[in-house]
Design a protein around this ligand. Structure first.
Ligand SMILES: Cc1cc2nc3c(=O)[nH]c(=O)nc-3n(C[C@H](O)[C@H](O)[C@H](O)COP(=O)(O)O)c2cc1C
Length: 373
């Protein structure tokens, strides 16, 4: 008689605050620049998100959605949550995901200085007048140098926070199970958290506690206003789309300050991203602990780890050694929308093919790639 192998720890149920999930596997947020020009989600987007739900992912986190019709939009054909039409469009997506047995959280994203396509404004907004590193990303519809942003006034900051709060209300109206505040990867909230993009001398600049204040305020205001049972998560990262080697200069101390500030603000979970790098690379701290593990221990919140989590052995290690509670899968989910079902059945994963996102990250390009395969 052969013993049945124990199921992978990622296939055990768990809770993200008020939201019970059948397993520990999340689809990582991935921008696809496939909405209508006015930001209304399309049927192709509903098909795309429903496929992950049907494939067994416990939770789908959407691509970054722009919250306001002012400075927040980052890409042309990015979806929004700022108008009634956006709400109606997303309702069709959330219905499809729920009908497929899944759950869906909308990621709210303000691009700040890293906006490379925004029909609502000609200029860009940032904590300080600092030219972003690198150049715009052609796969997301941009090209050439970034704009020099203008410094956000106190009034601008209030408008940003109000925009996030209104969009969270719209997300609830559109049938989402929650929202994830995008505080990662170099976008506006991360520009506030990062030393070299935040040179402010008001309460939003200076120490780590001051630089994380805006993200915490956004979380706190949203948490205070959304309906009971609606999840409010927040994503942070050290690396950025335009700076993959950046690390928090305060090391473990920064991790604790950031994690505790966001927990105090009322976040239901912390999602720690590894843009452009693996979890192992971005999470290791000098003393052998990990960013995700330390954030988990000091915040008391469930932590989502990210970065190469389709590696079945790494996924097991991270959960068993309590470096995190949940795993967000990006490239591995694109190649395997049914990854949880494959792991449950002991089936091999398909390898991600970069051609799926070339020359751009749109669903049309990926669908063409699938049809050709
Ligand atoms: C096409 C694409 C678009 C992405 N867009 C977003 C986004 O909108 N918001 C976000 O937080 N991260 C975004 N990311 C980063 C992923 O969520 C994830 O952190 C990254 O791919 C690393 O995880 P992986 O190794 O599992 O792919 C994107 C990644 C890809 C490949």
């Amino acid at each position: 008689m052969t013993a049945t192998p124990a199921p992978h720890p990622a296939l055990r149920p768990g809770s993200l605050g008020p939201l019970d999930l059948p397993n520990r596997l999340l689809v990582a947020p991935m921008t696809r620049c496939s909405a209508r020009p006015d930001g209304v989600p399309t049927e192709a987007m509903a098909d795309y998100y429903a496929e992950f739900a049907a494939g067994g992912f416990g939770l789908v986190v959407t691509e970054g959605i722009y919250p306001d019709a002012a400075y927040s939009q980052g890409y042309l054909n990015q979806p929004g949550l700022a108008t009634e039409e956006h709400v109606a469009g997303w309702r069709a997506v959330t219905d499809r995901v729920h009908a497929a047995g899944g759950r869906i959280v909308g990621q709210l994203m303000h691009a700040g200085a890293l906006s490379q396509g925004n029909p609502h404004r000609e200029d860009t907004l940032a904590p300080s007048v600092v030219l972003p590193l690198g150049e715009m990303m052609p796969a997301y519809g941009g090209s050439g140098p970034w704009q020099l942003p203008r410094e956000a006034t106190a009034e601008d900051i209030e408008e940003v926070v109000d925009g996030f709060v209104a969009a969270a209300g719209n997300a609830a109206a559109a049938g989402f199970d929650g929202v994830e505040v995008h505080g990662a990867n170099g976008y506006l909230l991360d520009q506030f958290l990062t030393e070299y993009t935040n040179q402010r001398t008001d309460e939003y600049g200076g120490s780590t506690a001051d630089r994380v204040r805006l993200t915490a305020e956004v979380v706190e205001r949203i948490a205070a206003e959304v309906p009971e049972g609606f999840v409010v998560g927040v994503r942070v990262s050290q690396t950025k789309v335009n700076d993959v080697v950046y690390r928090w200069s305060g090391g473990a101390e920064d991790v604790v300050v950031i994690a505790q500030a966001l927990a105090k603000a009322g976040a239901d979970y912390l999602h720690i991203a590894s843009e452009g790098r693996s979890w192992f690379d971005t999470a290791r701290l000098a003393d052998g602990t990990t960013v995700t593990g330390l954030a988990r221990e000091t915040s008391g919140l469930p932590v989502v780890a990210n970065g190469g989590m389709h590696d079945v052995d790494q996924a097991e290690r991270v959960l068993v050694a309590e470096h995190a509670d949940f795993l967000a899968v990006g490239h591995g989910a694109l190649a395997n929308p049914d990854l949880p079902h494959r792991w449950a059945a002991g089936r091999e994963l398909a390898t991600f093919d970069a051609a799926m996102l070339r020359p751009d990250v749109t669903l049309a390009t990926s669908n063409r790639w699938r049809q050709a395969g």
